[in-house]
Design a protein around this ligand. Structure first.
Ligand code: GLN
Length: 467
C-alpha cells in the first residue's frame, strides 16, 4: 500500500507523474458502486496545472457532497438542493488547494448526513466494494468507497454521530473525527452544529496525519474553531511511552463475537509492545443514542429551516408563499429527513422542551463528565468501531431505531467533543471490521501514533485496489 509520502517520492524521482496517478484513480471509479454524485475530472486536471507546492502536491482527494467546492454543485444527496452551485469554497477546500491537493469529485451520502448506511440518498445507495450486497456504512459511505476502490488516495467526510468512523470500519480504512473545533466547519452544510466535525478517511494513519496538518487550525470564519496551535502530527521523534488504555465494559456489550475477538487481538498485540490496559466503566453509555437523537434532531430541525424553496435549489411553486414553502419542502426532502425535522421541532416546542431537549442537554453534560473522569486514569479508550461488520443493503431502511444501533459506539465522542479514530482490526469472512480509539480533547496525535504502532505490528491485509 502506497502512502502520500511514497507517491510524492515517486513524483520527485520521476517514476510516476501526478497526471498518471490521477488517470489511474479516475480509471478505478466503478460506477456500479455509486460512490460519486459528481466526478470533477476537469477540475482535477486543472488543479495539476497550477504550480502550488505543498504537502498534498498532486494527491487526488474525494470530498463528501456536503462540503462546498466553489463552482461545483453541492447536493447533500437531497432533491431540495438540486441545482445549487455554491459561490464559495469551504475553508478545508481552500487549504487542500493551497497544499497542492486535487479533487476527484463529490461523494454520495445519506441525505444531509442522516444515516448509517449511505442508502438514504436521492441518488440511490452506495455499495460496499468488499461485497456489493452490503452497505459501506454512512453517512460518509461515498468518501470511504472512493478511497477503498482506489479512486482517491484520501477523502473528507463529516461526522456528527459516527459518519466518518462507521464507513471506515466497514471498508477497512482509517477514519478520524477530530476534536470539536480542531477543523473549521465553514463551508460544511450544517446538520447538528454542536456535534458536526469534518473528518478524514485514508488508508493509513500517516496519510490521515498529513491531511490533518493541512486542514486543522483556527479559522476566523468559524467562531467555534480553536485557536490552539496545530501540532506536527506526523513527527514522531518523541514517541509516547507508558501509555495506559481503558477498555470501557459497556462498549463490549451487544457486539458480535467475531468483532469482539478482532479487537482483543489488537489489545494483545499492543500489550506485547508494553502498553497497559485497564477495564473502566462508562455507565451513561446506554443513554448515548437517545441523547444524540434529541440533540441532533433538534439542531437539524433548526438548520434545515433555511431550505424554503426561495434561497436554494428546488422550488415548487404553490398557490401562495406558504404553499410554495410547503410544496418545495415536501418534494425536496426524503422521509427520514422529514421524520427528524418533525421530531426535532417537537422536542424544542414549549410543551416538550423541558422534558426532552433540556434533559438531553443535561445527560450530554454527564456523558462528557464521565469521559473526563476516566481520562484522569487512562490515556485513551479502546472499543470496537462498529458492533458488526457491514450489514445487507435494505436490512434497516424501514427501521430507524435499528439503523441508529452503531451510533451507540461512536456518538459519545461527538456529544463530548473528543477526538476518535477507527482503524482496521481484521477481517470477518470477506468483510473488514474496525477498532476505535477515543482520546482526550486535542489528543489526535497520540491516537494516530497508536494506530501507526498497530499498523507496524499487525499489518492489515484486506486492502482492495492499489493505485
Ligand atoms: N448515524 C448517525 C445518524 O444517523 C450519524 C450521522 C452522522 O454522523 N452524520 O444521525
Amino acid at each position: 500500500m502506497k502512502t502520500i509520502l511514497e507517491y510524492r517520492e515517486q513524483f520527485r524521482k520521476g517514476e510516476m507523474s501526478p497526471f498518471d496517478l490521477l488517470e489511474s484513480c479516475l480509471d478505478r471509479i466503478d460506477p456500479s458502486l455509486n460512490a460519486y454524485i459528481t466526478v470533477t475530472e476537469e477540475l482535477a486536471r486543472k488543479g495539476l496545472k497550477k504550480d502550488t507546492e505543498g504537502k498534498l502536491k498532486g494527491i487526488p482527494v474525494a470530498i463528501k457532497d456536503n462540503i462546498n467546492i466553489k463552482g461545483v454543485s453541492t447536493t447533500c444527496a437531497s432533491n431540495v438542493l438540486k441545482g445549487f452551485i455554491p459561490p464559495y469554497s469551504a475553508t478545508v477546500i481552500e487549504r487542500i488547494e493551497k497544499s497542492g491537493g486535487i479533487f476527484t469529485g463529490k461523494t454520495n451520502l445519506d441525505e444531509f448526513g442522516m444515516g448509517s448506511s449511505t442508502e438514504r440518498s436521492c441518488y440511490g445507495p452506495t455499495k460496499n466494494p468488499f461485497d456489493p450486497t452490503k452497505v459501506p456504512g454512512g453517512s460518509s459511505g461515498g468518501s470511504a468507497v472512493a478511497v477503498a476502490m482506489g479512486s482517491a488516495v484520501i477523502s473528507l467526510g463529516s461526522d456528527t454521530g459516527g459518519s466518518v468512523r462507521q464507513p471506515a470500519s466497514y471498508c477497512g480504512l482509517v477514519g478520524l473525527k477530530p476534536t470539536y473545533g480542531r477543523v473549521s466547519r465553514y463551508g460544511l452544510v450544517a446538520f447538528g452544529s454542536s456535534l458536526d466535525q469534518i473528518g478524514i478517511i485514508g488508508r493509513n494513519a500517516e496519510d490521515v496525519e498529513i491531511m490533518l496538518e493541512v486542514i486543522a487550525g483556527y479559522d476566523p470564519k468559524d467562531s467555534t474553531s480553536s485557536k490552539k496551535e496545530v501540532e506536527n502530527y506526523s513527527d514522531l521523534s518523541k514517541p509516547f511511552k507508558n501509555i495506559k488504555i481503558g477498555l470501557p465494559e459497556e462498549y463490549f456489550k451487544q457486539i458480535d463475537s467475531e468483532v469482539h475477538s478482532s479487537v482483543m487481538e489488537i489489545k494483545k498485540a499492543l500489550e506485547k509492545e508494553g502498553i497497559s490496559f485497564k477495564s473502566v466503566s462508562l455507565p451513561t453509555t446506554d443513554y448515548i443514542i437517545p441523547t444524540y437523537q434529541v440533540v441532533s434532531y433538534a439542531e437539524a430541525s433548526s438548520n434545515l429551516a433555511r431550505y424554503d424553496g426561495v434561497r436554494y435549489g428546488l422550488r415548487k411553486t404553490g398557490r401562495d408563499f406558504r404553499d410554495t414553502i410547503r410544496k418545495s419542502r415536501d418534494e425536496g426532502f426524503l422521509p427520514e429527513v422529514k421524520r427528524r425535522i418533525l421530531v426535532g421541532t417537537f422536542v424544542l416546542s414549549s410543551e416538550a422542551i423541558a422534558e426532552y431537549y433540556e434533559r438531553a442537554d443535561l445527560i450530554r453534560k454527564l456523558i462528557t463528565l464521565e469521559f473526563n473522569e476516566v481520562f484522569k486514569d487512562v490515556d485513551c479508550l479502546l472499543t470496537p468501531g462498529t458492533p458488526t461488520p457491514a450489514f445487507p443493503i435494505g436490512e434497516r431502511t424501514d427501521d430507524p431505531i435499528r439503523m441508529h444501533v452503531p451510533d451507540r459506539l461512536t456518538a459519545g465522542a461527538n456529544l463530548a467533543g473528543i477526538p476518535a479514530v477507527v482503524a482496521p482490526a481484521g477481517m470477518v469472512g470477506k468483510l473488514p471490521v474496525g477498532y476505535q480509539l477515543m482520546g482526550k480533547h486535542f489528543d489526535e496525535k497520540k491516537l494516530l501514533s497508536i494506530v501507526k504502532l498497530v499498523e507496524n505490528i499487525v499489518p492489515f491485509k484486506g486492502f482492495l485496489n492499489e493505485v
